[in-house]
Design a protein around this ligand. Sequence first.
Ligand SMILES: C[S@@+](CC[C@H](N)C(=O)[O-])C[C@H]1O[C@@H](n2cnc3c(N)ncnc32)[C@H](O)[C@@H]1O
Length: 250
Amino acid sequence: MKKEVLTQNKESWNTVAHHFNGVDALPSYGPFSQTEDELNLFGDVTNKKVLEIGYGSGHSLRYMANAGASELWGVDLSLNQKRTAEQTLADLKTHLYCAPMEEEIGLPANYFDVVYSIFAIGWTTDLEATFKLIYSYLKKGGSFIFSWDHPLYVHLKSNNGQITLTGSYQEEGPHTFLNFKGEDAAMVIQKRKMSTYINQLITAGFTIQEVIESDVSENDKKGEVAISDRYYSLYKARKFPATMIIKAVK
Ligand SMILES: C[S@@+](CC[C@H](N)C(=O)[O-])C[C@H]1O[C@@H](n2cnc3c(N)ncnc32)[C@H](O)[C@@H]1O
């Protein structure tokens, strides 16, 4: 089942990759979220070895290079994303792998100062295995920082600005979308509760340093906001966090 999901998702990510060129990349943590400039979770990354899980178009790794990181590593499921990232990072030495984050691919253990992931971790078919692998890649004292949809956000529906709860937050497991980004690209996404992310981090051995249910950024707090029923909207994000961000330490 896991293999089938990964095969399906890989094919679909190859189809939709072009929609994600420079989207959800640092300093952004995700839609209508506070930014790294505001949160400063990474601190000084000068001469740090960094690994990105789900590097997409490579723009977050570019951000890390500009901030002085000494080694740029990444894992992503999609070959098309890898090709795009190679272009984004063409002038830099990188170690980019095309592989599922939940599989052991021989990345060095006890090696990285920082492992991070911007809007990719929730795609894993095996959160427990993924967090255990990430824990193994980090040096003692190293940080793991990731952002993802706030787990309750998917249940908030806006109708003429009236926000209601739909579906069941209690139900976890796979959900299939037949179309993604308007493309004929079926994706299977895993729905998990906030506590599942936190408890799996603890099980993997991490110490949780910070959990952020992101507010909108300072600029987006100003002025009136028009009612919007879109999935991601400033209107909704001003009332409820669209993004969760967690920083954990080995
Ligand atoms: C929203 S994009 C991340 C964008 C990225 N942060 C950037 O800076 O461009 C999500 C990424 O997760 C990758 N992905 C999905 N499932 C994955 C898996 N099981 N293992 C590794 N990568 C995966 C996709 O190929 C996609 O590139």
